[in-house]
Ligand binder design. Structure first.
Ligand code: FES
Length: 141
């Protein structure tokens, strides 16, 4: 059981740019939210990689809004979180395709396939995301 220590690690969640960890929470709609990092970890027009229960996630912040998407470019399997964020898009650092942070859809080649986007919210000073259940992620009780 977590003691509430902000530096304590929760099994299955790691954050590249922060040591903050937290426990999952649930909404009335039973969506399972997981706190992944403090909001101030993510600068505007910035991005960060987080690993959450088997998912590589890119958190990006643009025009004051936080977004979450799979941290794998649909063209070359590199981390989108290493790219540049601007005006609601993230640009893949390898070949330059730009992906909408709202939809995951690329604006042009070489990427032609979208990347999955995930629900994200800010609760107080922390970012929470909701991911599909991973095979090794037990359903909430
Ligand atoms: S690897 Fe991302 S556009 Fe080619």
């Amino acid at each position: 059981m977590p003691s509430g220590d902000a530096d304590e690690e929760l099994q299955g969640i790691s954050v590249t740019a922060s040591t903050h960890q937290d426990t999952p929470t649930e909404d009335s709609d039973s969506r399972r939210w997981k706190a992944v990092c403090p909001l101030d970890t993510l600068a505007d027009d910035g991005s960060v990689h987080v690993d959450v229960t088997g998912y590589a996630v890119c958190l990006a912040r643009s025009r004051g809004t936080v977004h979450a998407l799979l941290d794998v470019c649909s063209h070359g399997q590199v981390a989108l979180s290493d790219g540049d964020v601007e005006d609601g898009y993230i640009e893949c650092w390898l070949h330059g395709s730009r992906f909408s942070l709202d939809t995951g859809v690329p604006t042009g080649p070489p990427a032609t396939q979208p990347v999955p986007v995930y629900p994200v919210r800010v609760v107080g000073d922390r970012i929470e995301i909701s991911l599909p259940a991973a095979p090794d992620d037990p359903a909430p009780c």
